[in-house]
Design a binder for this molecule. Structure first.
Ligand code: RIB
Ligand code: CA
Length: 310
């Protein structure tokens, strides 16, 4: 079975960190590189966090390229209220000894796409600013993108506003460009990620399994308490890891083709993914959208893979 070459574009972030670890632990995919973007925290922090997580799991061989520090047009909105001041509050995180790649994220992605011997799958799990810039600056490389499996949006309610999910809300213009690009898009939104949760029981299962497991347990200690306090959830949704998992185990998340439009107004629904669930617009579908998930199986597989790291 050949490994699927992927690049993860992220804003670590607790769930981004777990997504990186899942990818690194999974033989089904080949994590070729990581790009960072401002979102959960400023891009200096998300980059530091990505470097630190990869060093913790012994993967300093993986390049991390720093991306956009602000959205295409709007002011940056960050999520310290979810991820803390560092973007990765909770466990001790040693300062990384490695530095980011000399290329910025867009140039790095362009180089990878232009030189790889096979098309690349991109997994953006933060605001889509880097991906939009890549598509706008390098239309000739779009054919080198096998598909985009993104965490973002929702058919139903939002999480940063009643209407919008955070990644799309931060940069609606970028999301609009990506969803209009014609690239094969899978949208893993809140409708499925809110059901892909890890609990404090899962943290206790992971804690004794080794350095990686203990680290994720520390992330969950913070993240589970945050979701309980803010949203009354029993368990924290590991949004970004579900995007990666849906590529590794395609039957984990059921997806259906829908037309998706992005609200780029400044109104109360700014950043909403308008998913034409009942095909009322007559528009051609431009994304496969997650509609259901095997939550138990996701949690079991994720724990197994994290525990296998070390
Ligand atoms: O809305 C959840 C998404 O926003 C996740 O990717 C989380 O990491 C934040 O980036
Ligand atoms: Ca994220």
């Amino acid at each position: 079975m050949s490994r699927i070459p992927i690049v993860i574009d992220c804003d670590p972030g607790h769930d981004d960190a777990i997504a990186l670890m899942l990818a690194a632990a999974s033989p089904e995919v080949e994590l070729v590189g990581v790009t960072t973007v401002a979102g959960n925290a400023t891009v200096d922090k998300t980059t530091r966090n990505a470097l630190a997580v990869l060093e913790l799991i012994g993967r300093t061989d993986l390049p991390v390229a720093t991306g956009s520090d602000v959205p295409l047009e709007r002011d940056l909105v960050t999520a310290e209220y979810v991820h803390g001041a560092t973007g990765l509050d909770g466990p001790e995180v040693s300062e990384p000894t490695t530095r980011p790649h000399e290329l910025g994220a867009v140039a790095f992605l362009a180089q990878i796409l232009a030189t790889s011997d096979q098309p690349m799958t991109l997994i953006p799990v933060g605001p889509l600013t880097n991906i939009a810039k890549l598509v706008a600056a390098h239309p000739e490389l779009v054919k080198r993108i096998e598909r985009i499996v993104l965490m973002g949006g929702s058919i139903g309610l939002g999480n940063i506003t009643p209407a919008a999910e955070f990644n799309i809300y931060v940069d609606p213009e970028a999301a609009d460009l990506v969803f209009r690009s014609g690239i094969d898009i899978t949208m893993i939104g809140l409708d499925v990620t809110h059901r892909a949760r890890l609990t404090s029981d899962h943290a206790e299962q992971l804690r004794p399994t080794g350095r990686a497991g203990a680290f994720v347990a520390g992330l969950l200690d913070f993240f589970v308490a945050n979701y309980q306090r803010r949203m009354g959830f029993d368990g924290a949704p590991i949004h970004d890891a579900l995007a990666v998992a849906s590529l590794i185990w395609p039957d984990l998340v059921k997806t259906e083709p829908f037309a998706v439009e992005i609200d780029t107004t400044d109104g109360p629904s700014a950043g909403r993914t308008l998913v034409d669930r009942y095909h009322v617009t007559g528009r051609e579908p431009n994304a496969r959208v997650g509609t259901s998930v095997d939550s138990e199986r996701f949690a079991g597989l994720l724990l197994e893979r994290i525990a296998s790291l070390d």
